[in-house]
Design a protein around this ligand. Structure first.
Ligand code: HEC
Length: 263
């Protein structure tokens, strides 16, 4: 029985380690064949960290005004924007500002109508072929889960957005229609620098829209898009740890009581 209790204590100690609960976030790792990715020190990458609400809303603005010209984010619906702190009226207004393809109607024709909160984000192109045709043959990937789909995650996306060099380093020739980027594997990317001048967007909250600030904000937005349940998961982790501490204390008290007369 003593061994059993020891085993239980060990199991509880193991479970208490934040690693066991998956609370720790893997550090930035370099994608193969590219330079090491700097740690951008995002608040949400810290243990038990939450998303910066201001950055999420500014990041959505950057996505909407810049990235959404080429990149879809088809897993997101307008109503999901409630989670980043937008009001129901704001969400309805954003949705209504898009024309969403729908149909067929009674005549068998497809048509467009103003968006509703329940609609998915409108795609910039009708299909992949149209997207490639508009981008020199390169396909702009869907950004819904890109923050999870690339080694280095948000740190990589931030580095990519600020990692352009024009002219490229001496001795490197960039192919026609390509751009030199320090962090893109192979260093030649078909995406022209999307964030290229300070003040490219006008932030409503007075934050200065430097290239680095816009890159950080849109990366925070994309990290949320890829894992909107991150904050709930971490809050649950804390509750589980507290529960285990209380349970551990109780178990120990019971053990002492049961063994009191034996010693
Ligand atoms: C003018 C069109 C255009 C705009 C605007 C644009 N992109 Fe891209 N993006 C592309 C294309 C094309 C690619 C594919 C590049 C390639 O494979 O060489 C790409 C690729 C990417 C990738 C994937 C890189 C990789 O590792 O494969 C990310 C991440 C990305 N873009 C983020 C953004 C963000 C964030 C914005 C807004 C700030 C943005 N893009 C704006 C066209 C665009």
């Amino acid at each position: 029985m003593l061994n059993g209790l020891k085993g239980a204590a060990l199991a509880a100690a193991l479970a208490l380690s934040p690693l066991a609960l998956g609370l720790a976030v893997p550090a930035a790792q370099a994608a193969e064949g590219s330079v090491a990715i700097p740690d951008a020190r995002f608040q949400h990458d810290r243990m038990l960290g939450t998303f910066d609400r201001g950055a999420l809303q500014r990041g959505f603005q950057v996505y909407k005004e810049v990235c959404s010209a080429c990149h879809a984010a088809h897993l997101l619906s307008y109503r999901n924007l409630r989670d980043i702190g937008l009001s129901e009226a704001e969400v309805a207004a954003i949705a209504a500002s898009y024309q969403i393809p729908d149909g067929p109607n009674d005549n068998g024709e497809m048509f467009e109508r103003p968006g509703r909160a329940s609609d998915r984000f409108r795609r910039p192109f009708a299909n992949d072929a149209a997207a490639r045709a508009a981008n020199n043959g390169a396909l702009p990937p869907d950004l819904s889960v890109i923050a999870k789909a690339r080694p280095g995650g948000g740190n990589y996306i931030h580095a990519l957005l600020v990692g352009y060099e024009d002219p490229p380093p001496a001795g490197i020739t960039v192919m026609e229609g390509m751009h030199y980027n320090k962090y893109f594997p192979g260093h030649q990317i078909a995406m022209a620098p999307p964030l290229n001048s300070d003040g490219q967007v006008q932030y409503g909250d007075g934050t200065r829209a430097t290239v680095d600030q816009m890159a950080r904000d849109v990366t925070t937005f994309l990290a949320w898009a890829a894992e909107p349940e991150l904050e709930t998961r971490r809050a649950m982790g804390i509750r589980i740890i507290l529960f285990l501490i209380v349970l551990g204390g109780l178990t120990y008290a019971v053990k002492r009581k049961i063994w009191a007369d034996v010693h």
